[in-house]
Design a protein. Structure first.
Lengths: 276, 461
């Protein structure tokens, strides 16, 4: 079996998980929810297997490198980290319902990766990327992005849930209470902030090794700093000014837009990080 | 006196201004928003390009606001400076106020606060308070750093806590930012960032600075012995083939002596005397026509310049038949390229010979009586290596900041100060147990800690 075949199967699995989560939420059944978790576990496992297989395939082609070098590979890795962070929440915080907002992301990432305009061939590494820092840098960044993506999903639920929904009986009542959502957002943002910091730092150390400067105000660097500053603001507003609830949810959404722009938007701007 | 109190008042107002978290939020957001500008307007380009792109009015407007080099502009630096002062003042202010609370000589516990906690767990046990006290004491002492017990009206109160020091995590984060700012400052004052192109076989002793384009003497020479580029696709006709490696063989020469020789590639620079030399670009240039002179005796092998191979002059013939004609006064030589088979070449006296087929050198030989003078003249196209040459003494400070930032964030986000109180009260032959926990920072985290402690205590008799 080739890695690309595995990737089409897991795209299906992530899609299935999404449908099951929605069914579980709308019809208030726990069984589809459990199935959805199972599908996500299968998807994430397959995703990991696919990444490893692609790594092996690149070695068989004689241009061996970690599959973290272009847009296609980054999307697949992103899908995997989100699925894993999502499973972590499902088990640690016993909040399966979050799957309704976090499972679309791995599905969409995989679906986007399978579009014909995204080059899925295994390409050799250009000299600048030939470094062990590549793995640490990309992994840390994407773990951070994943946590922010899930924080964004939770914030969206928070904003959709109307204040009097606490007493409602409809499907909106089945989502966790405001305090839980608020705390989950905060937890995810802290987790993401730590990993974004590690991602920026490993990138800086790498840049210093490859180009002799740890910071060059390249658009992607700058946008990652902008993202970092927004989440830093959010953490200060919450911890020092006691901001909670809606305002934090809004900041979390703004932060995630910065993440998305750091990830995709920067390709529109010139710089070292643009994906080919 | 009045004057003094006035200035005191001013200092106070200034101090208060910088202790405000509103200011921090304002500066952080200002830095985030203004940083966007520099990603939309390409930085440090040729002024002519800007003029063409933005027109005269916008060009002069942007120029006056330093938008073409905004990350080094006075106002961006001012914001960074404000952030640093804000961080220092806030940290000092909070730390002096809370140090005694964080590290009291004798830890104090307020039972009423514990009684009010929502996370408290309560149950009844058949054991006496004394038995429970002994069992719980061993348990709590093992898991918490500080332990206190005090008698109450009808029983005991047990207090335990750990992780008081984790409240310093946020100061570690703040300190890390100060390290980053200082490191950046040290780098921009005492460091430089330059570039230089060195054609193969040539040396340079000065570089050009990236920003000012001024020349800077290095105090030593860098020689490019060789430059090689390799591709993933070996098909020469493919114009879009991907480069696999750029490799420069460099020597550092100080006082005419080679001190270091190293092959550098991207991601593996040469470091010498605090100066880093990076593979950055490459290109082709017309050979300089540089001449290298060497001396040799008949039958002796000499190295060709730039490590390209060896040349041995075997014999001299005044008449030499060659392909049907007779050559007068020729040297019969053996040229051994670095990679490849040796070949015989003929070099007529006082004439020039294209030694290598792609024309890297022209060789001429002159008889000076007791020895031969051989001149190599460079010709044709040759590669140059583009090097980035930097010095940044701020790097160790910045890296220290990096380590502090990661450790500080970890402590601040994932560790917290935990205080636990267990109250044992006798009531009708039974003992009422209450377990409650306080954490200033992480209430949900404390809830699960309290639950876990309570569950484990329930099993102790």
């Amino acid at each position: 079996m080739t890695s690309s075949k595995i990737f089409s199967i897991i795209t299906f699995l992530y899609g299935l998980a999404l449908v099951l989560y929605i069914i579980s939420w709308v019809f208030k059944k726990s069984f589809p929810g459990k199935l959805a978790v199972a599908a996500t576990i299968a998807g994430a496992t397959g995703n990991l297997a696919g990444v490893i297989l692609r790594w092996i395939e690149s070695y068989q082609m004689g241009i061996g490198h970690a599959p973290l070098s272009n847009l296609y590979e980054s999307l697949i890795f992103f899908a995997m980290t989100i699925a894993i962070v999502h499973l972590f929440i499902a088990f640690k915080y016993k909040q399966r319902i979050i799957g309704v907002v976090s499972s679309p992301i791995p599905f969409l990432a995989m679906a986007y990766a399978s579009l014909p305009k995204v080059n899925d061939s295994i390409q050799p590494l250009i000299p600048a990327l030939q470094s062990n820092w590549l793995i640490a840098h990309v992994m840390a960044c994407f773990i951070g992005y994943s946590a922010f993506a899930i924080a964004f999903g939770i914030s969206i639920i928070f904003l959709l849930k109307s204040p009097d929904a606490e007493q409602q009986t409809g499907i909106m009542a089945r989502i966790p209470d405001f305090d839980t959502l608020d705390d989950l957002t905060h937890q995810m943002v802290m987790f993401g902030f730590l990993f974004l910091s590690i991602g920026i730092i490993t990138g800086a150390v790498w840049a210093n090794q490859a180009w002799g400067r740890y910071w060059g105000w390249d658009p992607k660097e700058t946008w990652s700093l902008i993202t970092w500053l927004i989440y830093a603001t959010m953490l200060h507003a919450r911890l020092m000014r006691g901001w909670q609830g809606k305002r934090i949810a809004v900041l979390s959404c703004i932060g995630f837009f910065a993440v998305i722009f750091t990830y995709f938007g920067v390709n529109l701007l010139p710089g070292l990080h643009s994906y080919q | 006196m009045t004057k003094l109190s006035n200035s005191d008042g001013f200092t106070n107002t200034l101090w208060k201004f910088f202790t405000s978290v509103k200011l921090s939020v304002f500066i952080l957001l200002s830095l985030a928003m203004t940083s966007i500008i520099g990603t939309l307007i390409p930085q440090n380009e040729n002024p002519m390009l800007y003029l063409k792109k933005y027109g005269e009015f916008r060009f002069s407007l942007f120029k006056s606001l330093d938008l073409f080099d905004m990350y080094h502009s006075w106002w961006f630096r001012f914001l960074l400076c404000m952030l640093t002062v804000n961080i220092i003042v806030c940290s000092i202010n909070r730390l002096t106020a809370t140090w005694k609370i964080i590290f009291p000589k004798t830890p104090k516990f307020n039972i009423n606060r514990f009684r009010k906690m929502k996370n408290r767990q309560e149950w009844t046990s058949t054991s006496t308070p004394e038995t429970l006290k002994t069992a719980y004491e061993t348990y709590l002492k093992k898991r918490f750093k500080t332990f206190l017990v005090e008698p109450a009206e009808n029983g005991y109160r047990l207090f335990a806590e750990k992780g008081r020091w984790t409240r310093l995590g946020v100061y570690v984060v703040h300190l890390s930012i100060i390290f980053l700012v200082i490191g950046g400052l040290v780098g921009s004052i005492f460091g430089f960032d330059g570039y230089v192109n060195i054609p193969e076989h040539e040396s340079i002793s000065s570089i050009f600075l990236q920003n000012s384009k001024l020349k800077k003497e290095l105090g030593f020479e860098i020689r490019c012995n060789d430059f090689n580029i390799s591709f993933y696709d070996s098909d020469m006709r493919n114009r879009n083939r991907m480069p696999k490696e750029y490799r420069s063989d460099l020597s550092i020469i100080k006082n005419n002596k080679e001190v270091i020789k190293k092959e550098i590639i991207v991601n593996d620079p040469l470091r010498y005397a605090g100066i880093n030399i990076f593979q950055s670009s490459y290109g082709q240039t017309k050979a300089s026509g540089l001449k290298y002179e060497k001396q040799a005796k008949m039958g002796q092998s000499i190295d060709m310049p730039g490590n390209t191979g060896t040349l041995k002059i075997e014999d001299f013939k005044s008449h030499f038949p060659y392909r049907g004609i007779t050559l007068d006064n020729v040297y019969i030589c053996v040229f051994t390229p670095k990679e490849g088979e040796p070949e015989h070449i003929l070099i007529p006296e006082n004439s020039r010979f294209d030694a290598m087929r792609n024309g890297d050198f022209i060789i001429s030989i002159e008889n000076l009586g007791n020895h031969l003078k051989i001149t190599f003249t460079e010709t044709g196209l040759k590669y140059y290596t583009g090097l980035q040459v930097t010095k940044d003494p701020g790097v160790p400070i910045v890296y220290t900041g990096f380590i502090f930032l990661i450790i500080g964030c970890y402590i601040t986000f994932f560790m917290f100060h935990k205080k636990i109180c267990v109250e044992l009260t006798t009531a009708g032959g039974k003992t009422n147990v209450m377990v409650s926990g306080i954490s200033e920072k992480n209430r949900p985290g404390m809830l699960s800690v309290t639950r876990r402690v309570a569950n484990q205590l329930k099993h102790l008799k």
